[in-house]
Design a protein. Structure first.
Length: 324
């Protein structure tokens, strides 16, 4: 995802990085070349006074403009559908970030093994990111997950499921040790379920493209419109018609390609979601929370004679009076 200055009008309009020009330059060239051929044939025919030179360019611009308006509406609709998928993917990763923070925060506050939980959560989100990008290599999680878990996850059809199962095992173990109350255990399982739900939502977007019949119809209409546009404008625009075709093709091809690129927001293109930053954010926050240890009540400066509530690992608040 490109971080840009939305107030820099000139810097944005003259930008090449992150635009669709790399993908559509070839298509624009061939359509413009075709328009140049049509205009050349028309000019030669008119100069030589061919009998039917003007008859084959009688395509009226009015009806052709109606087709262009319909095509523009379809392309905008497709772009909106792709943008909705993009925004939904960002919202799901936001949910995963929030739930991971809540999960690690509760584990650190109520147990002695919060650092292990933080590593499991960091390994989980990294595994999710890799799977969404089609990468099954687990080496990136080496610093967070134990060898046995990484080997087991590599044999799973969905590796994040193995790591999520390990997090559930961690919660059960802390319940058995008595460090978590049943209420807190349910709360942590709920946060884990939210993370798994977000993963499922991302997989739904990734594995469910827009219907092929809809996508191919837009491409076919774009091709028909651009191939007939030189015939419709060659008599009215003269040698400016190839320039007009190039500008129109830039808009149509560019908008259509933008919809294609944002349809799957989990790729590694420049306009896709920056999932690497998201996973680094989760790993950073989880590591910082696990490194933070709650100080005993004596470490805090409390005025003499006041009563404070001290919460040990079993979650029971114990009143303590500070004596002078």
């Amino acid at each position: 995802m490109i971080d840009y200055n939305r107030y820099d009008w000139y810097g944005t309009v003259f930008s090449y990085r992150g635009t669709a020009l790399r993908q559509i330059t070839g298509r624009i060239f061939w359509v413009t070349f075709f328009a140049l051929i049509i205009q050349t044939l028309y000019e030669i025919g008119m100069s030589l006074e061919w009998p039917n030179a003007k008859a084959w360019v009688q395509l009226q611009p009015g009806p052709h403009a109606v087709l262009g308006s319909l095509l523009g509406f379809l392309i905008v609709f497709r772009m909106n559908a792709s943008n909705n998928r993009y925004w939904e993917g960002r919202s799901l990763w936001g949910q995963m970030i929030n739930s991971s923070r809540n999960l690690v925060r509760a584990g650190v506050a109520h147990t002695d093994a919060g650092d292990h939980l933080a590593d499991l959560v960091s390994g989980y989100v990294i595994t999710v990111r890799c799977c969404l990008r089609g990468v099954l290599d687990m080496s990136e999680t080496e610093m967070f997950l134990p060898e046995e878990l990484r080997v087991r996850a590599a044999h799973f059809g969905n590796p994040p499921s193995a790591v999520a199962s390990a997090i559930s095992d961690w919660i059960v173990l802390q319940l058995q040790k008595g460090q978590l109350s049943p209420q807190m255990g349910r709360h942590m399982e709920d946060q884990l379920s939210r993370m798994v739900d977000a993963q499922g939502g991302c997989e739904k977007i990734q594995k469910t493209p827009l219907p092929f019949v809809y996508v191919v119809m837009i491409k076919q209409l774009i091709l028909v419109y651009l191939l007939t546009l030189p015939i419709a404008v060659c008599d009215h625009c003269g040698w400016w018609s190839p320039v007009l075709v190039a500008i129109v093709s830039l808009g149509l091809f560019g908008m259509e390609e933008a919809g294609v690129e944002t349809e799957n927001p989990f790729g590694d293109q420049e306009n896709c979601l920056d999932m690497t930053t998201y996973t680094l954010t989760i790993s950073r926050d989880a590591g910082q929370m696990s490194a933070h240890k709650v100080l005993p009540v004596q470490a805090y400066p409390v005025p003499a004679g006041e009563t404070v509530l001290h919460a040990p690992h079993n979650g029971q608040s114990v009143p303590t009076t500070v004596k002078s």
